[in-house]
Design a protein around this ligand. Structure first.
Ligand SMILES: [Zn+2]
Length: 684
């Protein structure tokens, strides 16, 4: 019996994004689709009319909660959930597994079943694959889910493997228990964050005759990067002619990424749960109504949205309702969020069908996740709260500006990447200026080696990794030609560890790479072609152990905090080490004495682009990076400092490179006589 007639309509070029449709016992559903969550047979604070109006074709209901209250017998009396809640379209019920394993309380798992105490009256309840299916048959959903053992995605391998194998055996029992019921049944792929387990599970479950396939056990502790990797691994192995469902995910950006990887169905509580906190998903990114900036603001919360909330109310009014904790504020914002999610799914579908998915995907990636970028910070953090939030580690503390975290060295007060958006600065100063993408696209070249001097909170390194991953593009797309070897130097890892405690404020760290690096001193991605190495200790010593670089991101704290890295002696040592190499060094400093030190050490010095309040920054080039052995110009439009800088330097109070004293003035001649200032200097 074919229970869901899934029809694949289109797959986007350069992506796995798909458009399709299937028919349930109640209606036809167009995919990709989002299923609002009706935990207790109602979407939180939403009227059924408004959920219908949003275009939702499937509602998700939680078997575990419905078994406890109102109880299966009530559904039997009403002939199922559709009549009970008067819902005319499809319902998908989960198996109860996720709640059993994720809610607090005692439970035990055997081959036969899971046993747990009811949170309502503490009675002991046994849930087996058979009893879960029996409950879902009584509830009368259109799509049932198998009972699975859900473990945190970060558990150790042995635990993950045992849970996966039990899930496979339970999947077969669930299929048998379904019998001749006309309700569809989906299998669930488990395997935590282990790529090989995920692949093994996908193969095993895909071999069973389910009507659709779900990816479970994600969104429970792993980073967005790990989740996206797992999703890609699994969808590659699932049959094309059945729907795929990523359970419990996620934000609008998560949905975009998963659709790109070939997922068709989603559910998540976020649209209504965040509405209660005053957060709206909009075409402008996320807007947080707790921000004072919205007080009195006219116009709808999303100018592009056609929902009843946006057609009727101003931001100022919604801000006010949220402020006074009026339940209607929650309802109105939830209505908008559900509508926005459904509209986003329809828009994605249109772009897949029109086969212009890739440009749409690229344009939305950052936009969907953008946070309101103006107005006062959400809250003032008091000293006591700061302790509670664990904002300090070693000599560092976290400071938050406009919901973006920065690391401050407490003794000096110096803040890493003190500009508004560290990720943007990292991208602009280091990734773009070094032409990382262009260099990686060079065919038949050895790995590109990038030194990341001063790992800090990982902004520059992650900007490089994300740039590479963006280049690798869709899972099936073309690969950049060269591998990237990224070598990070750091003598105090507390700044990274501290930032990793607060992924909400250090968005760039929501990726598997930083934790992998901390654990093993290395992280590699075969898919992205990246090897990331960590050299602990002082750069001045460890640099001799690293492969020689093509590019240096020179971003330690300044001279007053990290003095040893900025001296003439240190730059001379570096210049000697790189004498046979074409290498470019990028740094945020444009102080006269730093430039003098680079010049005196033998680097050529060019102006770098500005950032924040700095009009310019600095690029140091080894002689080989200025000309190659054939005398060909390689400067890529770099603007070397000229006579006017030298004149300024002569008048400056800060002529001397850092770390020099009056006993040695050889630097003075070295700067004046530097080839880049010789008249008629074009390129030697
Ligand atoms: Zn709206």
């Amino acid at each position: 019996m074919t229970r869901l007639k899934f029809q694949l309509e289109a797959t986007a070029s350069g992506s796995r994004a798909r458009a399709g449709r299937f028919t349930t016992l109640h209606n036809e559903v167009l995919t990709p689709t989002f299923m609002p969550v009706g935990t207790h047979a109602a979407v939180r604070a939403q009227r059924r009319e408004d959920v219908l109006e949003s275009g939702a074709g499937v509602l998700l209901a939680n078997t575990y909660h419905l078994m406890l209250r109102p109880g299966v017998e009530i559904f039997e009396r009403f002939g199922g959930i559709h009549r009970f809640m008067n819902w005319p379209r499809s319902v998908l019920t989960d198996s109860g597994g996720f709640q059993i394993f994720s809610l607090p309380g005692s439970r035990s798992v055997s081959e036969e079943c899971a046993e747990f105490k009811s949170y309502v009256d503490q009675t002991l309840i046994r849930l087996s694959p058979e009893s879960s299916i029996a409950a879902q048959r009584a509830i009368g959903s259109d799509i049932m889910m198998v009972l699975d053992q859900c473990v945190a995605s970060t558990v150790e391998r042995g635990v993950a493997q045992r849970a996966m194998e039990l899930t496979h055996r339970w999947a077969l029992r669930s299929l048998a228990a379904r019998g001749d019921s006309p309700q569809a049944l989906f299998g669930i792929v488990q395997g935590a964050s282990y790529a090989d387990l995920r692949a093994a599970s996908a193969r095993a479950i895909a071999d069973m005759p389910f009507d659709g396939y779900a990816i479970g056990g994600l969104a429970v502790g792993e980073g967005a990067g790990a989740r996206e990797d797992c999703t890609g691994i699994v969808t590659e192995l699932l049959p094309l002619d059945k729907p795929r469902y990523l359970m419990g995910v996620g934000t609008t950006r998560d949905l975009l990424e998963a659709v790109h990887r070939g997922v068709d169905m989603f559910d998540c509580i976020l649209p209504t749960a965040l509405a209660k906190q005053g957060v709206a998903f909009t075409s402008l990114g996320r807007r947080d109504l707790r921000r004072a900036a919205y007080r009195g603001m006219d116009g709808p919360i999303d100018p592009k949205c056609g929902c009843a909330t946006c057609k009727t109310y101003s931001i100022a009014y919604l801000f006010h309702l949220n402020k006074v904790q009026e339940p209607q504020g929650w309802q109105l914002l939830g209505l908008h969020n559900v509508h926005f999610y459904m509209q986003l799914m329809r828009t994605m579908r249109e772009h897949i069908l029109a086969d212009d998915w890739l440009p749409f995907y690229r344009s939305q990636r950052d936009l969907l996740d953008a946070r309101d970028s103006y107005g006062a910070p959400v809250r003032h953090v008091t000293k006591a709260q700061r302790q509670k939030l664990k904002l300090k580690m070693g000599r560092y503390e976290v400071v938050i500006r406009d919901c973006v975290g920065h690391i401050r060295e407490m003794a000096s007060g110096e803040v890493m990447h003190s500009v508004n958006d560290p990720a943007e600065e990292a991208r602009s100063l280091y990734v773009e200026q070094s032409r990382l993408g262009e260099r990686l696209a060079e065919p038949d070249a050895p790995p590109l080696v990038v030194w990341d001097v001063g790992l800090g909170a990982g902004s520059n390194a992650m900007a490089a990794i994300q740039a590479v991953e963006a280049m690798r593009g869709p899972p099936d797309g073309p690969r950049a030609a060269r591998r990237l070897t990224l070598v990070s130097f750091e003598n105090d890892l507390d700044s990274l560890k501290l930032a990793l405690r607060h992924p909400a404020w250090f968005k760039h760290l929501r990726h598997a790479a930083p934790r992998g690096l901390l654990a093993d001193n290395r992280w590699s991605s075969a898919a992205a072609g990246v090897d990331w190495l960590l050299l602990r200790g002082d750069f001045n010593a460890t640099k001799f152990t690293a492969p020689l670089p093509d590019v240096i991101f020179f971003d330690p704290f300044s001279f007053k905090t990290d003095s040893a890295l900025w001296t003439l002696a240190a730059f001379r040592e570096l210049a000697n080490l790189l004498s046979a190499k074409a290498a470019e060094l990028f740094t945020y400093s444009y102080s006269t004495s730093v430039r003098a030190a680079l010049l005196a050490a033998g680097f050529y010095v060019a102006r770098g682009r500005g950032t924040g309040s700095k009009a310019e920054t600095t690029i140091g080039l080894t002689p080989r990076a200025v000309v190659d052995s054939d005398g060909r110009e390689l400067a890529h439009g770099r603007e070397l400092l000229g006579e006017e800088w030298l004149a300024k330097w002569r008048r400056s109070d800060a002529q001397a490179p850092l770390g020099t004293d009056s006993s040695d003035a050889s630097w003075h001649h070295a700067v004046r006589a530097h080839p880049q200032f010789q008249t008629r200097f074009v390129y030697p």
